[in-house]
Design a binder for this molecule. Structure first.
Ligand SMILES: Nc1ncnc2c1ncn2[C@@H]1O[C@H](COP(=O)(O)OP(=O)(O)O)[C@@H](O)[C@H]1O
Ligand SMILES: [Mg+2]
Length: 357
């Protein structure tokens, strides 16, 4: 369905991704309404309107759906019931199916393997006995993760050896988990793609991601990889998106293995931190392309215009903002968060360079 400019886009979630989506929507001539439980959220500061209510409050969701022409979400831990309820009234992109698949690490990795996309070996863990049975088969070290709710490294613990299993299991507080073989990756990469309502799909170049304390610290675009590996990443992203009849921006986080292979770490049914560089470094940003896709407009070109390095401003990093602002060819984005807590993403900076540098 095509939503013409002048229409209204509903965004579930009020974080920085919602903020940058609302900014892109405004540029294209759309109005935005944010639905978030948080007062004065980063997204609400730039949107036309906000409904502040818990995600499960049905009257508020109904009021939200009534105001908008199409809905999207900016993070994957939105309750499924929220999207199901809202989608009775108005279209939601990406679909509930896409959201469900990425919300649960076991469902996600099972889906990927079913469609022939490689991941690290894994097994489901409900009981300590499952862990004790499965972990030695995967080998040590291995990583225990909650199936749901994890982000920025939360809800996961590294098991170095057999004797760590009891303590690791106890940390998960009885939640359903997945145990994964540890990947000795050489680099972490990601690919951001966008699929439109016609089924057309376009890719941003594969980028390289560096994490600190499990939080994305820096993205370099493009990653220096072979044409063959670029193709392989595109093939993987296409399989995932087509299998879900996906509409919008989809991100695939990848591990490059020692033998030059690619494994999928996880997928995100949304715009992604590793795609922020596209605001200044590509013809069309990931945010604009997500809005174009969900509104049924033609996709914008994803061609890279500048080499780019994106650095997150996390917690106290915000104190260096004046130094960044004084740098040439450097674009500072702040998210309007009042308080800088450790691990909190306060903003990001993109430095651009000529492509052939
Ligand atoms: N199986 C694994 N092997 C090696 N490193 C891992 C593995 N799983 C996660 N990591 C590391 O932890 C980071 C966060 O894990 P991820 O599964 O992406 O969860 P989150 O939802 O928190 O981003 C990854 O980017 C990677 O650096
Ligand atoms: Mg991740």
């Amino acid at each position: 369905m095509r939503i013409a400019p002048g229409g209204t886009i509903g965004i579930l979630g009020g974080g920085q991704l919602g903020r940058m989506l609302a900014q892109a929507a405004g540029k294209l001539g759309y109005r935005t309404v944010i639905f978030t439980p948080e007062e004065d959220s980063p997204a609400s500061q730039v949107a036309d309107e906000t409904i502040v209510a818990p995600y499960k409050r049905e009257e508020a969701l109904k009021a939200f759906a009534d105001k908008v022409d199409v809905m999207t979400y900016e993070f994957e831990n939105i309750p499924q019931q929220t999207v199901l309820f809202a989608s009775k009234d108005k279209p939601v992109h990406p679909s509930l199916q896409a959201l469900k698949t990425s919300q649960n690490r076991l469902d996600e990795k099972s889906y990927l393997n079913r469609i022939g996309v490689p991941t690290t070996p894994f097994a489901a863990v409900q009981l300590l006995d499952d862990l004790v049975g499965e972990a030695p088969l995967l080998g040590f070290p291995c990583v225990l993760k909650t199936q749901r709710g994890g982000y920025d490294g939360k809800g996961q613990v590294l098991i170095r050896e057999r004797t760590d299993m009891g303590r690791a299991y106890a940390q998960m507080l009885g939640q359903s988990c997945i145990i994964e073989a540890f990947v000795e990756f050489t680099r972490e990469l990601s690919i951001v793609c966008v699929r439109g309502q016609s089924g057309a799909i376009q890719f941003y170049p594969v980028v390289e991601n560096e994490h600190r304390d499990h939080i994305l610290f820096r993205t370099t675009a493009p990653a220096l990889i072979s044409e063959r590996m670029e193709q392989r990443a595109q093939t993987i992203a296409t399989k995932i998106a087509e299998g879900l009849d996906y509409i919008g921006v989809l991100t695939v986080e990848l591990f490059e293995t020692v033998d030059g292979g690619l494994l999928v770490n996880e997928t995100a049914p949304r715009v992604h931190n590793s795609g922020h560089w596209t605001i200044e470094g590509a013809r069309t940003s990931q945010f604009e392309n997500h809005i174009r896709a969900i509104c049924g407009l033609p996709l914008g070109p994803t061609t890279q215009t500048h080499r780019a390095v994106m650095t997150n401003l996390i917690g106290d990093d915000i104190e260096q903002v004046a130094d960044w602002q004084a740098q040439p060819s450097t674009f500072v984005h702040l998210y309007g968060k009042a308080e800088a807590r450790p691990g909190r993403k306060m903003g990001h900076v993109t430095q651009v360079f000529p492509l052939d540098d």
